[in-house]
Design a protein around this ligand. Structure first.
Ligand code: FAD
Length: 445
């Protein structure tokens, strides 16, 4: 995975070069499991539209759809540098949830979670309605969610979540090591908390389904990187095929917003990695536990995510690269270790697909959402949970772009990404914090 080379400039009056955007040498494993999809044509000529959306992930597609709904006479163009199915929207682990559980039981924590859950429920319901209306088969399963703890510190986190779930009235089961083994087939975890709330899905199938069901007045162009953006009356969006002129632009490129000169002091690009195992034969499926479908999130945020994929495969996700990719050989070896440590009886089973993706983190965990220039809007910094969050924030961003400003409640719920120290302090800080956190994560990794 690499960014293509040029260092962007960010003079607002002139073109801001976005000569780089995420490209991935490894194929997304989720996409590899799907039949080939017919791509939409790359942009082939200059033109004029009312709205241009840059980036066809969850944020961009939700924004485009909402713009189309609210302004059905408008022409909307979506420009995607890569293909739908090869961006982070497809490369993720497929965990979605309409509700989060508060990390504790204080009134402030309960209120904050309830405020966020209102938006998560809205985003999830919107996705669900689209799946139903457009027959998007993305293996959506109500699996519940297991928070797994492999360390004493993780076990304390799990107990805090158990109290939070009880305070919120969320049905849950506290699982000791034996109960964990019974459910997921691994004795690796000291304990876990099962809640009935979470869903799992096939992310490549979802994003491709959403892209293929866009409204009539939205035109998606894949393999169409935007290489510059400037405002001269209208916005001028530069592509290899010429300029698209637009009244308003939605910049839905997540961390790559920085390449356009914006939010550089608020976002960090993180590379993280996932793998899917080879399919297990029928007589070894009992190693994956008694639950037909399950997803496990680590008690520590730098830990390893594990989920069952269909009846016969496992997916693991782990590792974090700060602003740059990690060596592929190290990734493959580390993910193999994550898998085999948890499932020593499957130590002869290889990983079929290994891939990486980018996501955007912010210092305080809050996204940036709003207008960043006249007629230019962005939502970025999903902090690794962008399927539902990207969807709901993209939808509301379109409403903001149309002057339907409903942002007060939304801003209060999410907060906003705060400033991060400039270089070299930020990378030094990141390395120190991540070394401390990695040590704390211990066996969760
Ligand atoms: C390994 C991994 C596991 C994850 N697991 C989960 C999970 O289980 N659940 C969850 O909710 N989230 C998860 N995430 C995070 C999730 O994938 C992202 O939060 C989500 O994709 C963000 O959506 P987005 O639309 O904002 O950005 P993206 O999905 O990143 O979409 C931005 C798009 O913009 C395009 N782009 C960038 N620059 C340009 C340009 N110059 N011109 C045109 N197009 C451009 C990119 O190609 C990309 O397709 C995971 C991420 C990774 C990498």
């Amino acid at each position: 995975m690499r960014y293509n080379a040029a260092t962007p400039t960010c003079k607002r009056a002139a073109f801001m070069t976005a000569a780089w955007f995420p490209t991935y040498p490894d194929r997304c494993g989720w996409t590899a499991l799907l039949p080939a999809r017919t791509l939409t044509p790359a942009i082939s000529r200059a033109g004029t539209v009312k709205y241009a959306v840059i980036g066809a992930g969850y944020t961009g597609l939700a924004a485009a759809r909402r713009l189309a709904e609210l302004d059905p006479a408008a022409r909307i163009v979506v420009l995607e540098a890569s293909t739908v199915g090869e961006g982070s929207a497809a490369r993720n682990s497929g965990f979605v949830s309409p509700r989060d559980i508060p990390a504790g039981t204080s009134q402030a924590e309960l209120r904050a979670t309830a405020a966020l859950n209102r938006y998560s429920e809205e985003g999830f319901a919107w996705l669900l309605a689209l799946m139903e209306r457009h027959f998007i088969d993305c293996d959506l399963q109500l699996t519940g969610r297991i928070k797994g703890a492999a360390t004493d510190a993780g076990a304390a986190t799990v107990r805090g979540l158990r109290d939070g779930a009880a305070a919120l009235g969320v049905p849950h089961d506290y699982l000791d090591r034996d109960a964990m083994q019974a459910r997921i087939g691994s004795r690796y975890y000291q304990c876990g908390l099962y809640t009935g709330e979470g869903y799992l899905l096939q992310p490549a199938a979802l994003i491709q389904g959403l892209a293929d069901a866009l409204p009539e007045n939205v035109t998606l162009h894949e393999n169409s990187p935007v290489t510059g953006l400037r405002r001269a009356g209208k916005w001028h969006v530069r592509t290899d095929a010429g300029e698209i002129t637009a009244d308003r632009v939605v910049l839905a490129t997540n961390a790559a917003v920085k390449n356009f000169g914006y939010l550089r002091r608020r976002l960090v690009t993180i590379y993280t990695y996932a793998a899917i195992s080879a399919a297990l034969p029928e007589n070894r499926l009992h190693h994956l536990g008694a639950m037909a479908d399950w997803g496990l999130l680590p008690a520590h945020r730098l830990g390893t995510t594990v989920r069952r994929v269909g009846a016969d495969r496992l997916m693991v996700r782990s590792m974090y690269g700060y602003e740059r990719p990690i060596d592929p050989a190290l990734v493959a070896a580390t993910l193999t270790g994550c898998f085999h440590r948890r499932y020593p009886a499957l130590a002869d089973v290889a990983l079929d697909h290994v891939w990486g993706g980018t996501t955007a983190l912010t210092m305080n965990g809050a996204p940036f959402w709003g207008q960043i220039d006249d007629g230019l809007y962005s939502s970025a910094g999903c902090n690794g949970a962008g399927i539902v969050k990207g969807t709901v924030l993209g939808k509301h961003l379109a409403e903001l772009a149309l002057g339907q400003d409903n942002s007060n409640d939304l801003r209060a719920a999410y907060g906003t990404a705060n400033w991060i120290a400039p270089e070299p302090f930020r990378s030094i800080g990141f390395r120190i914090i991540s070394a401390i956190e990695r040590r704390k994560a211990g066996l969760e990794a």
